[in-house]
Design a binder for this molecule. Structure first.
Ligand SMILES: *Cc1c(COP(=O)(O)O)cnc(C)c1O
Length: 382
């Protein structure tokens, strides 16, 4: 067993030490609290980067989605459409609010929500007198979904659209940054994302009044009074000023991290594409992916091996890889929920799940280690 573990996606702090400098400042000013100058500036700097008017720094991306859904008016008994091919955090907040998720398949060309399947779902729900209140659209593995088409479908059926850009900070759609493509969008700064604050999230949007309401709910919905007065349900969801310092430092190197992840992907592509039926998540012509995670698929017809063989051989060498997200419509938690596949008899994300693997993709992945990973994959599948 090789002693140095290679991770799927590990934190990558700036060479310049920006993060520690912002933390030092927080300590120097004694802003060691869930508010302070780093929080305010991180919100402003991130909003500026993404090209939106307002941002609220929160304790996680999941918290941001919870507040976004509440802002969209989602409540008990409502129906919310959601990408199926994603991490569970995209849909858990739908359950927090007592609403019911309806899952939507992926488009084979982008792996993101199929606009055709969404349209069918929205029409069917409206036809049954249960129109969807909102739609959670995920930008998968660093790639934007097709917002022109998805927004048109939502507009036709009066559903609010929420962009889950947790995996796509730094990505673009038709020249605009992910996170600016819906009325409300969320980011995550969890340890495995393209930049990290050690844990945290952000809710962003154009409507300052909405973002302010989210900030209010995130601080226990405390009314204006000198005593503790509450007339609405709130949460403790604010980001710490120390954590925001890490986030600010990381934001300064985000574009380098995007370039680094794309280089990692390119090296995999050049050496693996075509060998043993290997292909990769396609990059849609409408935008620019960050390649947050390199996602590889094995062709069932051509290939002699399954992703499990590759996974096992890498694991033997202390190298972390991960099957693609298990679609939410296949999760026991969501058994019985409705699912709209891309076409009749064609379950795109269900099929991808049984053929694919995410490879170590960190911007700090050592090229020599990556060559070793590539050799192992070729020895199994090549
Ligand atoms: C990571 C992630 C989240 C949740 O973010 P946390 O900060 O971990 O709560 C939500 N959606 C997607 C698609 C993610 O990958």
């Amino acid at each position: 067993m090789n002693s140095k573990r290679i991770y799927l996606s590990s934190p990558h702090m700036s060479d310049e030490g920006y993060e520690l400098e912002y933390i030092r400042q927080a300590f120097a000013d004694n802003w060691v609290a869930p508010l302070g100058p780093n929080v305010d500036r991180f919100e402003r700097e991130l909003a500026e980067y993404v090209g939106v008017g307002h941002a609220a720094a929160l304790s996680s991306g999941t918290a941001a989605l919870h507040l976004a859904l509440r802002l969209a008016g989602v409540g008990p008994g409502d129906t919310v459409c959601c990408s199926s091919f994603t991490f569970i955090a995209s849909a858990n907040p739908i359950l927090y609010l007592g609403a019911t998720p309806v899952f939507i398949d992926s488009d084979p060309g982008t792996w993101n929500m199929s606009p055709a399947a969404l349209r069918r779902a929205l029409a069917s729900l409206a036809g049954r007198g249960k129109p969807a209140r909102a739609v959670v659209v995920v930008d998968l593995y660093g790639q934007s979904a097709d917002y022109d088409q998805l927004r048109a479908a939502c507009a036709d059926f009066g559903a609010k659209i929420i962009e889950d850009a947790a995996e796509a900070l730094g990505a673009e759609y038709k020249g605009k940054k992910c996170g600016s493509l819906a009325e409300l969008a969320v980011f995550s700064f969890n340890g495995n994302k393209i930049i990290t604050s050690s844990g945290g999230g952000m809710l962003v949007g154009e409507d300052g009044e909405m973002i302010e309401r989210a900030r209010f709910w995130a601080t226990q919905a405390r009314d204006r009074a000198i005593h503790y007065q509450h007339s609405q349900l709130g949460y403790n969801y604010r980001m710490s000023n120390v954590v925001a310092g890490i986030g600010r430092g990381q934001l300064r190197v985000l574009d380098q991290r995007v370039a680094g992840r794309r280089e990692v992907f390119e090296r995999y592509r050049q050496k693996l594409e075509g060998a043993g039926g290997i292909s990769f998540m396609p990059e849609a012509g409408y935008g620019r992916s960050t390649r947050w995670l390199t996602a590889m698929v094995l062709d069932r017809e051509q290939g002699r091996v399954s992703y499990r063989d590759v996974y096992d051989r890498l694991a033997e060498q202390n190298i972390e890889s991960r099957p693609l997200w298990k679609p939410l419509h296949l999760q026991p938690l969501f058994a019985g929920c409705e699912y709209y596949s891309a076409e009749d008899g064609l379950d795109v994300c269900g099929d991808l799940f049984f053929r694919g693997l995410c490879l170590p993709s960190g911007s700090n992945l050592d090229p020599a280690d990556q060559d070793r990973i590539i050799d192992i994959i070729l020895s199994v599948a090549g």
